[in-house]
Design a protein around this ligand. Structure first.
Ligand SMILES: CC(=O)N[C@H]1[C@@H](OP(=O)(O)O)O[C@H](CO)[C@@H](O)[C@@H]1O
Ligand SMILES: [Mg+2]
Length: 562
């Protein structure tokens, strides 16, 4: 680069780094979902994430990259930052070590040297003959605006980079916008809403006439976690015909604190009703979003006398989606006599070790191909992309369905052919149209509670199913999750999609021994990627056994790693 441009680039980096010094003792790690910490301490990491995102865009020839400022389901005082790649998915993992090094650079000079060296290694030419664009979104946290400013300063430290603030959004909206922008399609918030509303309407138009439910079937209460998801749902609910949505914990002034006693994480872990529900809600279908609306679970208050809920978690949402997709593919491929066109499609179901064993068994019993990845959306999403249709969910409610471009274009040709002859209106045509509408409705970039919720509602109407029918697909095996504090959680190394400990190997022997004592026992431990703990998961045929298995293994972990 020309000498004066190079000087300018160096000056900007030194300047921004000195504006955001790293407090001593601070250490950031990119982890399962980006950098997270107390919101008030996040500015240096967020500024550096801005630099990182701009560099990523330069590297990828100016394609739009995203930054989301959120700490998801965590307390309101926390905040965090993560980067979305041009396809709308998580940032490529091989950049994570650089992300860590950049976030922890101790002083301006170290930061400058790191950037220059990395740019050299990656063949990124700095200094002006390029453009870079970064779209930014943030959730409703009070530290959001201040951190947005830190991110903007980081982005602007890269010469030629251009930041676009997309405002207060759900995390999946920002991922969707990045993806759409790079595909050259409309990418504003109103385009996102239009796509959701239109494809939901198409899905309902394709519901068989005899399946129309009663008023209760149309009624849905949504716990918005006092976050951004409730706000967005309030904005569009009047335009969603065929469903009657009532939002609680909607994030309105005075309604409650973000994620406090509410939200998908709370409901899934505690299995009790969120704040803001009363005995009048017994029996009504309810959904719960997390603070940035990328997780979704369903529940129902079981009785007026206590606050326990019947939970439908990510595994059961996954099962509903899998049955629906399988059914449409079967209709297309076993199409009776009229038109003889088949469309072989590889359908893959992706879970993690936290998926309840009963769900995996259920899916396999239906002849579905189930594969496992380590915890974290970045692994699940990548695996799902290997299929024509890949469906993935974490038990905690994050997941989506991804359709390959190739499959969608085959589907398009099939529906074109069928629409032009006597098959118009045939079962096969309608099944193809349902898959097309589902691919439009469900977010292709990342798990999205709003689009997931609308797909669930459309499928329940299509099947004419009540919440009870859905619950009864299978019964969860009793399970227990515990957290163990240890000195160094990274001393546990796992293998086989985190289901086995490879180091220390004696620990796995002890886990095996404890597990062998339980009927239907399954147990694994892994270091968390978001908290300084080792997680223990146990499953067994009774709750007492699952609890005791988890406890014994937690003791072994404590004993081994102190
Ligand atoms: C057991 C569990 O729920 N783990 C969560 C949690 O990761 P850990 O690495 O387990 O801390 O946070 C991740 C990010 O939100 C989420 O993807 C994952 O499912
Ligand atoms: Mg979230």
């Amino acid at each position: 680069m020309a000498a004066n441009q190079e000087r300018e680039q160096r000056r900007r980096l030194l300047d921004v780094a000195s504006r955001f010094p790293l407090p001593s003792g601070c250490r950031f790690s990119y982890g399962t979902a980006g950098f997270r910490a107390d919101g008030a301490t996040m500015a240096p990491a967020v500024c550096r994430a801005g630099i990182l995102a701009a560099l990523r865009s330069v590297k990828l020839a100016g394609a739009a990259v995203g930054i989301v400022i959120t700490a998801s389901h965590n307390p309101v005082g926390d905040n965090g930052v993560k980067i979305a790649d041009p396809d709308g998915g998580m940032m490529a993992q091989h950049w994570e070590p650089f992300a860590d090094a950049l976030a922890n650079a101790p002083d301006p000079d170290a930061l400058l040297q790191l950037v220059l060296q990395f740019a050299k290694d990656e063949g990124i030419s700095l200094g002006g003959h390029h453009t870079a664009q970064v779209l930014l979104g943030r959730d409703t946290r009070p530290t959001g605006e201040y951190l947005l400013d830190a991110a903007l300063q980081g982005i602007n430290a890269i010469v030629g980079a251009h930041a676009i603030d997309m405002g207060i959004l759900t995390t999946p909206q920002l991922h969707w916008m990045v993806r759409s922008k790079n595909k050259g399609i409309k990418a504003s918030e109103s385009d996102y809403f239009t796509q959701l509303i239109d494809s939901f309407r198409h899905m309902l138009e394709l519901v068989p006439k005899d399946k129309g439910g009663d008023e209760l079937a149309k009624k849905l209460i949504v716990d918005g976690a006092n976050g951004i998801g409730g706000v967005k749902l309030e904005q569009i609910k009047a335009e969603l015909s065929g469903i009657d949505i009532n939002v609680r914990n909607s994030g309105k002034e005075g309604e409650g604190i973000l994620n406090h006693m509410c939200g998908a994480d709370f409901v899934q872990k505690e299995r009790v009703t969120p704040h803001g529900f009363s005995p009048e809600d017994v029996g009504v279908r309810c959904a719960s979003l997390d603070g940035d609306a990328d997780r979704l679970v369903y529940f129902r208050m079981s009785s007026a006398s206590d606050n326990k809920v019947d939970l439908v978690d990510g595994d059961k949402i996954l099962s509903l989606f899998a049955l629906f997709i399988r059914e449409q593919l079967d209709i297309i491929n076993n199409n009776g006599s009229q038109v003889n066109k088949s469309m072989p499609a590889r359908l893959g179901i992706v879970q993690t070790a936290y998926a309840n064993g009963a769900s995996t068994q259920f899916l396999k019993n239906h002849g579905l191909e189930v594969v496992f990845t380590p915890t974290g959306v970045k692994y699940l999403h990548k695996k799902a992309l290997e299929y024509d249709i890949g469906i993935y969910f974490e038990a905690n409610g994050h997941g989506t369905i991804v359709f390959s471009e190739d499959f969608l274009s085959q589907l398009q040709s099939l529906s074109n052919e069928l629409s032009s002859d006597a098959a118009n209106g045939s079962a096969q045509y309608r099944a193809a149209m349902r898959l097309m509408a589902a691919s439009q409705l469900i977010n292709q970039a990342v798990g999205d509670a709003l689009s997931g919720l609308l797909l669930v509602e459309a499928i329940l109407q299509y099947k004419g199913w009540s919440f009870q029918n859905w619950c009864e697909l299978y019964s969860d095996l009793p399970s227990r999750q515990l957290k163990v504090k240890v000195i160094d959680r990274s001393s546990i190394v796992t293998t086989e999609a985190e289901t086995k400990v490879s180091q220390p190997s004696s620990l796995q022997e002890l886990i095996d021994k404890e597990t062998a004592n339980c009927a239907h026992g399954r147990c694994f431990v892994r270091p968390s990627g978001t908290e300084d703990v080792v997680r223990v998961y146990a499953e067994a045929s009774t709750q007492v056994e699952a609890d005791s298995l988890a406890r014994s293994v937690a003791h072994h972990v404590e004993h081994h790693l102190g």
